[in-house]
Design a protein around this ligand. Structure first.
Ligand code: PLP
Length: 229
């Protein structure tokens, strides 16, 4: 294992496992999403060779060039802000859209998935920090959005996703992760429907997110190194 990417991958898988065990959770209940934005397919194939299949991209344009360069059978998650006019291509290229944050987008994804004869897994992105500049439904809007999604035949709601406000100290991200979990628990009760997935935690704070219940951690920099540009 001379490639640092291979070393990073092994180390992070180990750290994810340890964080899960430390929280008294089954390590198999936490999956690693390799955030491959700005990383060429050639590097992703190194992870593929190690058996990794789960990748996250935040731009449709980049993904539609990159995904065809990868072997078939990967699981591709869209994790960026999605313009409604890109819904058609998102449906075409992605297995999961984690960033559904408004009714208009949900309706367009449903329509495009119906036209393509596909089913799409989705997460509702929640703006847990209440930041004006961030995407994500307001916590108080999430219930109506989820209720509408439950009536959309082509969309399968899997859970919630959040990008908390940036904090130098990962410990300060903990209240935001906890808030997302509490919102999830409340919504499961009020909607009477399961929301098994919590996508939260990135390179610097994934261990804290796992302690608060993350089932999917989205990791870029710690795997691939700093992104340029
Ligand atoms: C870039 C990105 C990540 C990964 O961030 P790192 O700090 O590089 O691990 C996770 N989630 C989203 C939505 C991103 O855009």
């Amino acid at each position: 294992m001379s490639d640092p990417l291979e070393q990073n991958y092994s180390r992070i898988c180990e750290e994810v496992r340890k964080a899960a065990e430390g929280a008294g959770r089954d390590p198999a209940s936490v999956r690693l999403l390799a955030v491959s934005k700005k990383v060429p397919a050639e590097r992703l194939r190194v992870l593929w060779g190690m058996g990794h299949r789960l990748f996250g991209e935040n731009r449709v344009q980049e993904a539609r060039a990159k995904i065809p360069e990868m072997p078939p059978g990967g699981e591709w998650h869209f994790i960026g802000g999605l313009q409604t006019n890109k819904a058609k291509e998102a449906v075409e290229w992605f297995d999961v859209v984690e960033s559904v944050d408004r009714l208009e987008l949900a309706q367009e994804l449903q329509k495009r998935a119906e036209m393509a004869g596909k089913n799409l897994r989705v997460f509702v992105e929640v703006n847990v920090g209440g930041e004006a500049a961030k995407h994500g439904a307001k916590p108080e809007e999430a219930e109506n959005l989820l209720a509408a999604l439950n009536g959309m035949s082509r969309l399968e709601v899997r859970g919630l996703m959040a990008i908390p406000p940036f904090r130098e100290d990962p410990a300060e991200a903990r209240p935001f992760f906890r808030r997302l979990r509490e919102i999830r628990d409340r919504l499961e009760q009020s909607l009477g429907a399961g929301l098994p997935e919590l996508s939260m935690g990135m390179s610097q704070d994934f261990a804290v997110a796992i302690a608060e219940g993350a089932t999917l951690v989205r990791i870029g920099t710690a795997l691939f190194g700093a992104r340029s540009g």
